[in-house]
Design a protein around this ligand. Structure first.
Ligand code: XLS
Ligand code: NI
Ligand code: NI
Length: 439
């Protein structure tokens, strides 16, 4: 029995369509900059929000109506839910999905029981992957919900909890490997602190690095060649998380000799919480050669927490796609919808409206970004803006051929610097609008 009997596979109908269950912009086989849209995005649907989200908030319980879910924590319910999930993935034409270990299978009374539950659901996930062709973008371990992780997982003060976390990640890597996962993600929800008075920050960071090195070693041991990703977020649930933004992550990876093994999974709402734009985070990470994947969502600028909304804003999607294209795409990553429908959007069909609308927003953003790039409309301005470094003294500076003394001699002779030219921000903002209008 299908869970969504009234919904058929969402198809591309073109920009003029009024059908909310059709794509207006996402045309999987359409080629942009030499690559199909399907390959640009590698769209992925998250298990946690879409299949475990209830709509609860600190002021009230869940509202979501999910007729296929019997509300129990049984393995059977989890297996049935997995089949429903794949029906949705297929009907949305999403080639990938992503999960935490605890989203897909219930915890048991002991670690071995928990692992057995996970295996029993992984059997169904494997079956469904083979049947549908939908693949696993990434797996991860939830090391933030269970009370044992109150002080952190790899950064806990409790050595036994560190050991438990290691065992849990080992198992999550095994299952990710078994299911052909193309990446493995670490998001350090409780890897941080609430107050430095009780925290040995240096020791915690050293432990976190040890933990990551053990993961790298274990991947080698089992032959897992997927990409490791760290997902930056500055706060929530803790006051300060160690992976606070892209720059902090890169510094950590470099300090602990991990840059060869990790890239970053950037999330829009996390960038906002860190006080950055998403395009900043993408451009910074891309410049470091570490752009791995994207958790696609958006925040609400009037609310100070991770609201994980579906993005529909063309400015945002254009900016994201522009910088993703600039840095050569997402490689083994994808555009992963780490987003949830609002508590008031409680019907199953809202899950479809949400994904279709956001997939379309990214597809249009890609087309706008590609049009800007085709005309060199921003890059042309930028290369002109820095052209004083192309020859003469600028070229010597870049080549490392001059010292402070040389530059002093140069300027003493010249008397003053050449005049500046306008940055033209307002013009460039209008240029971007022009492309949004045109596509
Ligand atoms: C939470 C994170 C989380 C990760 C996976 O804010 O976005 O959902 O993506 O653990
Ligand atoms: Ni995320
Ligand atoms: Ni998040």
């Amino acid at each position: 029995m299908p869970a969504f009997p009234d919904i058929s596979t969402v198809q591309y109908e073109g920009p003029q369509s009024d059908n909310p269950l059709a794509f207006r912009w996402y045309n999987p086989e359409e080629v942009v900059e030499g690559k199909t849209m399907k390959d640009h995005f590698r769209f992925s649907i998250v298990y946690w929000h879409t299949f475990r989200g209830t709509g609860s908030d600190p002021f009230g319980p869940g509202t979501a109506v999910r007729p296929w879910d019997d509300g129990t924590e049984s393995v059977e319910n989890a297996q049935n839910r997995a089949r429903v999930a794949f029906e949705l993935f297929e009907k949305l034409q999403a080639p990938y999905y992503a999960f935490h270990d605890r989203d897909v299978a219930p915890e048991g009374a002991s670690l071995s029981e928990t692992n057995a539950n996970f295996d029993a659901v992984a059997d169904v996930l494997e079956e469904e992957q083979q049947r549908s062709g939908v693949k696993l973008l990434w797996g991860t371990a939830n090391m933030f919900s269970n009370p044992r992780f109150m002080h952190g997982a790899a950064t806990t003060c409790n050595a036994d909890v560190f050991a438990y976390a290691a065992a849990q990640v080992k198992k999550a890597m095994d299952v990710t490997h078994r299911l052909g996962g193309e990446n493995y993600v670490f998001w350090g929800g409780r890897e941080g602190y609430q107050n430095l008075y009780n925290t040995d920050m240096k020791r915690e960071l050293d432990h976190l690095a040890k933990f990551f090195h053990m993961a790298v070693d274990y991947a080698k041991e089992i032959g897992f060649t997927g990409q490791f990703l760290i997902e930056p977020k500055p706060k929530e649930p803790t006051k300060h998380q160690y992976d606070s933004d892209a720059a902090a992550c890169m510094n950590f990876l470099r300090a602990y000799d991990l840059t060869d093994h990790f890239k970053l999974n950037l999330e829009t709402n996390h960038a906002t919480l860190a006080g950055h734009t998403m395009m900043h985070e993408i451009d910074y990470t891309g410049a470091q050669g570490a752009l791995g994947s994207i958790d696609a969502n958006t925040g609400d600028l009037l609310l100070g927490w991770d609201t994980d909304q579906f993005a529909t804003d063309y400015y945002l999607t254009t900016q994201m796609m522009y910088y993703i294209l600039k840095h050569g795409g997402l490689g083994s990553g994808g555009v992963n919808f780490d987003a949830k429908v609002r508590r008031e959007s409680f019907e199953p069909i809202d899950l479809f409206y949400a994904h279709v609308g956001s997939m379309d927003a990214y597809a249009k953003g890609l087309k706008i970004a590609a049009a800007i790039r085709a005309d060199n409309a921003l890059e042309g301005f930028i290369s002109e803006r820095y052209s004083s470094f192309d020859s003469g003294i600028g070229a010597k500076i870049e080549a490392g051929e001059v010292s402070f003394a040389d530059l002093e001699a140069y300027m003493l002779e010249k008397g003053d610097a050449a005049p500046n030219v306008s940055g033209r921000q307002e013009l460039l903002e209008s240029v971007v609008n022009r492309y949004i209008d045109r596509v």
